[in-house]
Every structure is written in C-alpha cells, then in structure tokens.
Write a protein that binds this ligand. Structure first.
Ligand code: HDE
Length: 741
C-alpha cells in the first residue's frame, strides 16, 4: 500500500510539474538525491530497554515488567506509522505541487508531525524546574511501627519509590551546580496509597507563612526587566528581600554555607522541613521531623569547582546520578525521624520542644537534642526510561498522605497543601494528571472524579456519587480506622480570625548563629566568602549595608569580614543570642566511605599499560570508579577493547576537567597545558593526589612530598592503601593555598 501511494504521489508530482511548467525537472527522471547515511533496512521491533532502564512505568523493583508497560511505551511494531497507526513510507519530504512547488495542506503526515512538535513543551515548574530523578525501593526496618501505623513502615515492608532532586531558582536548562537549595522529593507508591515526602536538602525555610512564597520567589528569580541572573541568588532583589524580611536570614546562612553547592545528589541530606504528626495503631500521636541520611556522607564542591562545572559540565549532578545507577553503584539513604511528644509545654503551648516552636519552618531541632532514629533505607536502582514521561511529568504533593501520617498547623505547610494540586493543573494541562503512568498509585484507585481534559480512563457504572443504589452502593467507604486523611482529634483553642503569627516566630537570628557557630574554621571561611561574593554582585549600596547589619545580629566577626570584603564600614555591634553548638551540622572532621568516588588516572603514551590496568582494576574492586585520562581517545596497549591487556580511555587531556574527580593518580606526568590545569586545580581544591612519578617533577605546582593530601608511591599496588584514608576526609583541608595560581 505504501509503495502504491508513493507511485501515486510521484505521478501527481510529475503531472503538476508539467501543468505548472515547474522548472528544470525532466518528467519521469528522478531528481538527484544527496548521498544519505546508510540506515539498516531489515525491520526490527522497538529496542528493548537498556539494563539501567528497567524502571519501566509502572516500575517493579524485581525488574518484572507489568502488562501495560508496552502500551505505556507507545512504540509497537517495527514500522514507522502516523499517530493513527498508518505506515509511513517517506518522512523526509512533504507533499508539494511539483518538486519545486508549494507544499500541500492535504499532507496529513507533515501537519501531524509539525503540529505535535509545536506542542511538545509544557510549562516548566514555577520553582524547582531543573531536576533529575530515579526509581528505587524503600525498605522499612520496623522501628517506626510503634509511632506510625502506615503499612510502609512495617518491618521488612518494601515500597517502590521515585525520587526527584532539583535546584529551586533556575530554569529547566540551567546549570546543576549553582548555589541554591536542592529539592529532595520522594514518591512512595505504597499499597495504602501514595505518600509524597516533598523535602529539601536544607532543614529550614526562608519564610514562616505560605502567603510570602510568591514574594521570596519573585525576589530570588531573575530580574523582571533583563531576566538575569539565571539560577542564583547573587543579585539585588534577593538580598533586598532577605535583608528586609529577616526571618529568611537562617535559610540564607545555610545557602551561603557548603550545603548550597553539593558535590552530588548522592551526597546530600534531605529534610521534610515541617513537623508532621504520626498516629500509631492505638491512635496515639507523636510529632516528627523526617531526615534522609546519605550512605556516602554529606559532601560539597568548593566554590571554584561549582563555577567551573557550570560551564564545563552544567549537567554534572544529573550525569553523576545516572552514571552511578547505570554502573550499579546504587545510592542509598537511611530515612530517620526525630520524635517529639505531642503534648503541651509548661506554658500550655502545644508543638513546642526545648523552646523551639515546631510549627515554625525557619527552625530545626539539633540532633543532639533529639536523635535521628533510622526507620528504613532507600536504594535508587533504576534510571528513568524517558525524562519527560517520568521526571518532568511526576507530580508531587505534600497532601498525598497515607493512614498514619498527618500534617500539622505549620502555616507554610498549610499553604503548600493548596499550591501543589493547583500548580499541576496548569503545568500538566488539567485535573487528570494522576492518570499519567508515573503518577498512578500502585494501590487500587476507585474515585468518583470524572471526565475533564486528558481523561484516559473508561469509567464504568452510572453512579459516580454517594450515596447510591444504582451501582450497588459502590464504591464503599473505608472503616473509620483505616482511611487516610482522617483528622486526629486536636483541640483548637477558641480562636479569633487574625492575620498574625505567634510570638515564638519572632526570633529570626538565634538558629542562624547556632548554625554558624557549629561550623569549623574552613566552613566559616567559605560562608564569609559566599556572602562577600553574593553581596559583591549587588549594585545597590544600601542593600549591602542592610544585609551586613543583619549579619551583625548573627555573628559580629562574620559581619566585619564581609563588610571589609565589600569595602564597607564595619557594622555596629548588637547583642547576639547565646546558643549551644550542634557538631552534627558540620561536614568536616568526619570520615566517610569512599564507595562510588571517581578516581582520575593520568597517563602518557609512555605509561606502563599493565600497571594502569592493574590500578584500574584495583579501583573497581574497591567499589570506586576509575577514569583513565590519556592524550587521545581510544585504547591503550592495543585496539581491541575486549582484550584483557587493553585499557579503554575514558577522558582525553582535552575532555577532562578536575571537577569530576575526587582524587587523581598520576602514573606519568604529561607535559601538557590541559593537564597542568588539572593538577593545579586538584591541588587548589585540596583533593587527594597520588603519584607514581617522582615528586620533584611537581615543583612548579608548589607540590612536595610533605604537601597534605599528597602521596608519592613506588608501585601501583601501593596507590589505593595510601589514597583511601585521604578520600575518607574528602579533602586535605590543612593543605595551604598555593602562593600564586
Ligand atoms: Fe514547594 N513547590 N512550595 N517547597 N517544592 C513546588 O510544585 C510551594 C516548599 C519543593 O521535584 C511546586 O509541582 C509553596 C518547602 C520541592 O517536582 C509548587 C511553598 C519545601 C519541589 C510549590 C513551598 C518545598 C517543590 C512547583 C510555600 C521543602 C519540587 C512545581 C508555602 C520542604 C518537586 C510543583 C518536584 C515544588 C509551591 C515551599 C519543596 C508551585 C506555595 C518548604 C522539592 O506547587
């Protein structure tokens, strides 16, 4: 049929050429075609998913694909078709009235192809537009069962999850490594319905009341006139808002710390931020805060790395997550809770803990006051098959709750409960986004919601209302004890309508001081540097002065350091809260596992291939990732990549950049400008360096055998034992900065 149609079309073209007198085409003689790249000609069905693409929707942690997977893929049969399933014989040329004539409106294939393309984009998320996601599984250890009756917390229960990490301010195509808060949103497809834990990598927020959210986001987003800067807070409107709306100071402090530039999504903590209320089987309630603890520890980039990455590899975090999962280095997090009694304090006020108002989302509870108790572990084990279908279309909502988990009166959370459903309706084009494969609950759904844009369900029955007799009373109501969204009995004091906040929300500085005081000296230097950079990017002097005055309420020395960097007078001294410190907040001074770290192995044409091979294998065997850096691409030691004696080159001198590597092993030192930059950056960023080359070759880099974090070894076997202790502390913070860069 396709061939016949083609003949008809050709004939029509020839006729039209004759009628219109269409130019230089000789009737019946095909026009010469440009040489085309050869394409395989044997029809085959759609390719099966790659091993790391097992996360078909619906996803199964066992890898078993469910019956409607193929349907969800929408790629059936081996031939190209129209959207209506008619086979297409030519998708490279539109129908024309003659070869040189105008295009015909009747060409449905052309119009369908272009029209669909015209509508491929959907609005990006108003915040958190830039993200990366993965499938996985959460396994509960049973520790939460005494405080929460949710089935997903029962001992040994396994629940499928999808996680989306994100930045907040940037557009969908912005860089990953900008200084910003990171979103950490998890969808638990539980048997009792979907639970969404929509959190961040910072436990406090900028504002206390949802009504301020449009203000803080308008201030943080690019300026409305020029639409710059992209994806960052280093500009006047942000600091204008934060310096005037002082409850944002604590979150700003976290953002200026190393938490604002994570090394990897795999090395980030996550926080539910708000206080939630859990209910156990006996109907007793407790208040909790949720924490995600990464097995790889908490690590950050240094500021220069973040800036280099934004240009060299703006997808650093997205790539890192996908590569790790594809390589089988599945990232893991423990889920933990801090538990607080759901009682009133000595002043008769509820939701208070050691003087901290648990309803104030600008406050956190130090772990030293309430330990984080692990209640299960999440493993991310499959990459999405299709970014748009899964990562882009997933729709989170803090109101997606299961029996046993309830909200509190935190005024920020209360506003979020409205916002997320509302935003999906404009972002995903109507109220039926829950039917998209990634959003479908894995529990049976039997609602009475009907029709609407993009309805894909064939609902049966005649009575989508209750009570009814026509559908036999279906669907039935759950028993009073096993439904979700059941209000926990709470006493609300006789209240008057007010636009106000409790007095306990007035303290805007003490927790910023607590955070700052808990940092090591290096971390404090980073914080001062970040404020000095960000405020240095502001044009308005009065904004800088005002923010420096704000810092004086947190720590006067910090305020003076930043003022000096900005060329401003030191602010007046004001009283600063006397606070304890929380050592758990510091990222430095602890030891972390080295699993999944990326080790660059720098070689030259002259390097001993057997030694490189052995080194590569040793890195693999230690659950790390070796990346061999050579002068050119291809292989070392032969051309057959499968040969046991051959090493495949991962990066060339031109494609490598230091930001990717957690440590560098120099097998031989090249004489090359690109690798000179590599070594000087590894040195400056205080990363571990091991060398098999003599140390005197490094004299121009200011590097000696005594340089902290540098080891010189004689043979390949000695490299990892020397390197691993250095990786455990992440960086050699005691390494002095080079005299000149
Ligand atoms: Fe969000 N937030 N948010 N937020 N938020 C959205 O929902 C909003 C807040 C967070 O990967 C939006 O689907 C309001 C706190 C994450 O898809 C929107 C307020 C926390 C994500 C929205 C907050 C978050 C969002 C935009 C103040 C940490 C990305 C697109 C009342 C606990 C989820 C969307 C994903 C996304 C509104 C405050 C985390 C507009 C009104 C606090 C991780 O609905």
């Amino acid at each position: 049929a396709g061939a016949a149609a083609k003949k008809v079309a050709d004939a029509a073209g020839t006729l039209a050429d004759q009628v219109i007198g269409g130019g230089d085409v000789v009737p019946g003689v095909p026009a010469p075609k440009p040489p085309s790249l050869e394409e395989p000609t044997d029809p085959t069905g759609p390719l099966p998913p790659k091993p790391d693409q097992k996360g078909a929707t619906p996803f199964s942690p066992t890898g078993a694909e469910s019956a409607d997977t193929e349907d969800a893929a929408r790629q059936q049969g081996e031939f190209l078709t129209t959207a209506q399933g008619a086979r297409v014989a030519d998708t490279d040329h539109s129908q024309k009235a003659g070869r040189r004539g105008p295009t015909l409106l009747q060409d449905h294939h052309l119009r369908e192809k272009i029209t669909h393309f015209d509508h491929e984009r959907i609005p990006e998320r108003v915040v958190h537009a830039r993200g990366a996601g993965a499938h996985g599984v959460f396994e509960a250890n049973g520790a939460a069962a005494s405080v929460c009756r949710a089935g997903l917390f029962a001992q040994g229960a396994q629940t499928e999850v999808f996680v989306r990490f994100s930045t907040v301010l940037g557009s969908r195509g912005s860089a990953d490594t900008v200084r910003d808060t990171r979103g950490f949103a998890t969808k638990f497809y539980s048997e009792e319905g979907t639970w969404d834990l929509v959190g961040n990598n910072i436990p406090v927020f900028f504002i206390q009341d949802a009504i301020k959210f449009p203000d803080v986001i308008h201030a943080g987003k690019p300026h409305p006139d020029r639409e710059i800067p992209q994806a960052q807070s280093a500009h006047d409107t942000f600091w204008d808002f934060v310096s005037l709306h002082t409850e944002g100071q604590a979150h700003a402090m976290w953002n200026m710390s190393d938490r604002g530039i994570p090394r990897s999504y795999r090395m980030m903590e996550g926080f539910g931020v708000h206080t939630f209320r859990l209910i156990n089987a006996a109907g007793e309630t407790n208040l909790v805060k949720f924490h995600w603890k990464p097995h790889l520890g908490v690590h950050s980039l240094v500021w220069e790395e973040a800036q280099i990455a934004a240009g060299m590899d703006p997808d650093l975090h997205r790539r890192d997550l996908a590569d790790a999962i594809e390589a089988g280095a599945f990232p893991k997090w423990d889920l933990g809770i801090q538990v607080f009694p759901d009682t009133v304090d000595s002043n008769g006020v509820s939701e208070m803990f050691h003087g901290i108002d648990l309803l104030d989302p600008t406050k956190f509870v130090p772990e030293e006051l309430a330990p984080v108790q692990v209640i299960g572990t999440m493993t991310l084990n499959a990459n999405p098959k299709n970014y748009f279908a899964e990562t882009e279309q997933i729709a989170f909502h803090p109101g997606h709750l299961v029996p046993g988990i309830d909200v509190t009166n935190d005024p920020l959370l209360q506003g979020r409960l409205f916002s997320y459903l509302d935003t999906q309706i404009s972002r995903l084009g109507g109220p039926n986004f829950g039917q998209l494969p990634i959003n479908r609950p894995h529990a049976p759904v039997n609602d009475m919601l009907r029709d609407g844009m993009h309805q894909t369900a064939d609902h049966v029955g005649v009575a989508p209302y209750k009570p009814n007799s026509l559908d036999g009373g279906c669907p039935f109501l759950a028993g009073a004890d096993d439904g979700a969204l059941v209000e926990v009995a709470q006493h609300i004091a006789d209240a008057q309508v007010v636009r106000d906040a409790p007095a306990t929300f007035d303290d805007h500085y003490s927790q910023a001081t607590l955070f700052y005081n808990s940092m090591t000296e290096v971390e404090k230097e980073h914080i001062a540097g970040a404020y000095t950079f960000e405020l240095g990017k502001c044009y308005e002097e009065n904004i800088k002065v005002r923010q420096v005055e704000q810092l004086a309420h947190i720590d006067h020395d910090l305020a003076v350091t930043v003022a000096t960097g900005l060329g401003l007078p030191a602010p007046a001294k004001v009283p600063v809260a006397e606070v304890v410190t929380s050592p758990a907040l510091s990222q430095i001074g602890r030891e972390w596992p080295s699993d999944g770290r990326l080790i660059g192995i720098l070689v030259t044409e002259a390097s001993d291939v057997a030694a490189v091979k052995a080194l590569e294998q040793a890195v693999f065997d230690d659950d790390m990732v070796p990346l061999v850096i050579a002068p050119t691409g291809g292989t070392l030691g032969g051309s057959d990549a499968d040969d046991a004696e051959t090493v495949t080159v991962s990066r060339t001198y031109r494609t490598q950049r230091s930001i990717e590597f957690d440590a560098l092993v120099v097998v031989d030192l090249p004489a090359d400008a690109n690798t000179d930059v590599l070594i000087s950056e590894m040195f400056r960023h205080k990363k571990a360096i091991a060398s098999l080359a003599p140390v005197d070759q490094f004299v121009d880099f200011g590097l000696t055998a005594d340089t902290p974090g540098v080891v010189v070894v004689d043979e390949a076997a000695g490299v990892l034992p020397a390197l691993k202790p250095l990786l455990a502390t992440h960086r050699a913070w005691d390494r002095p900065d080079p005299a000149r860069v």
